[in-house]
Write a protein that binds this ligand. Structure first.
Ligand code: AFP
Length: 328
């Protein structure tokens, strides 16, 4: 296959774009650690059925959900690559109940919260899955402990996610800039393929689990019906894949609270906050239905939240319908 012109590699981009004006020193190391880990996870995802790595471990995680063998493998991989980077002081992870604190409390450094493999129920059926990362910077000289991870999303300095789909794409958001890199599997190199991502003004899709309709309250049902009347439905069941499509094509993702899930389904610290940050940097928005996601003051590492995420105008319209209904 003939390749087009030389593309900027992630390594080249990382060294020139991060750190930004002398700030965020070492952020390039964190992003490269995520890229290194995602290459290994991509290989495992691709090979899983051939090397008998599909299926569950037999354990449940802190949320009471079944842990897939690839969940565990991905968690181990990213903990290792992030720890090795020397830039990460603490890691919070969906698959690990307590946070992982680096042995040496470095004076600088980053705090990373991650969902190492999002969309577990899609692993065994060859449907797109992904990894999600929120990145915070700890204070100069600050000693981190478990509570240090409970920072609001508006203090993130970067966020990233990877989609393992028909291609493997890493998207990184820093202040005001969202860039996408595609993995050349043969060369093992990520190159810039999606510079300056902005959510298109036009909303094409809505993504929600329509099977939950009967357990939504009336205002939320109304808001979803309005989305159904205007847009095409696309729902993969891996947040990261649904979000990626909506980011590139224009769309809104909604997993609101319902009778069975009063606090919502998705995790604040390593799903909603990072993707909310990416959405905002790309011109979009993220809300619980009542509050900006990034302004939530977290209480627990694994807490859940309702999530409405995507095109700013459509998120705002949806939130307005939900709120108007509550006042009736
Ligand atoms: P799993 O990792 O357990 O498959 O959950 C995936 C997820 O957290 C998120 O990626 C999806 O958007 C959402 O759950 C799908 O939930 P439903 O299966 O209830 O629609």
């Amino acid at each position: 296959m003939v390749r087009s012109e030389h593309r900027i590699t992630l390594q080249e981009y990382a060294t020139s774009e991060w750190p930004i004006q002398g700030q965020n020193e070492g952020l390039d190391g964190v992003i490269m650690a995520i890229a290194d880990g995602s290459r290994l996870v991509q290989q495992q995802v691709q090979q899983a059925a051939l090397v008998d790595a599909l299926g569950a471990t037999g354990d449940t995680n802190v949320q009471g959900e079944i842990v897939q063998r690839l969940d565990k493998a991905s968690s181990d991989i990213f903990v290792a690559t992030l720890s090795r980077s020397g830039q990460v002081a603490a890691i919070g992870c969906e698959e690990i109940e307590r946070s992982v604190i680096a042995e040496i409390n470095t004076p600088g450094g980053y705090i990373v919260l991650m969902d190492p493999l999002d969309g577990s129920s899609n692993i065994d059926v060859a449907v797109s899955i992904g990894s999600i990362f929120g990145i915070w910077k700890k204070g100069q000289g600050e000693m981190v402990n478990e509570d240090s991870l409970l920072r609001p999303g508006n203090q993130q300095i970067a966020a990233a996610y990877v989609v393992y789909g028909s291609s493997t794409v890493l998207v990184v958001a820093t202040n005001g800039k969202v860039s996408g890199f595609t993995l050349d599997i043969e060369a093992g190199i990520f190159s810039l393929t999606h510079p300056g991502i902005k959510i298109p003004d036009e909303c094409a899709y809505y993504s929600t689990n329509e099977g939950n309709n009967n357990v939504l309250d009336e205002p939320t049902q109304k808001a979803i019906t309005l989305l159904r009347d205007k847009y095409s439905q696309r729902y993969v069941g891996s947040l990261v894949a649904d979000f990626h499509r909506n980011l590139l094509k224009g769309g809104i993702f909604a997993y609101p609270a319902d009778q069975n899930r009063k606090d919502g389904r998705l995790r604040l610290m390593y799903e909603a906050n990072p993707l909310g940050f990416v959405a905002e940097q790309a011109g979009g928005a993220a809300s619980t239905g009542y509050q900006r996601i990034l302004d939530i003051i977290p209480e627990q590492l694994h807490q859940r939240t309702p999530l409405i995420l995507g095109n700013k105008d459509v998120v705002e319209e949806t939130v307005a319908v939900i709120n108007a209904g509550q006042k009736d």
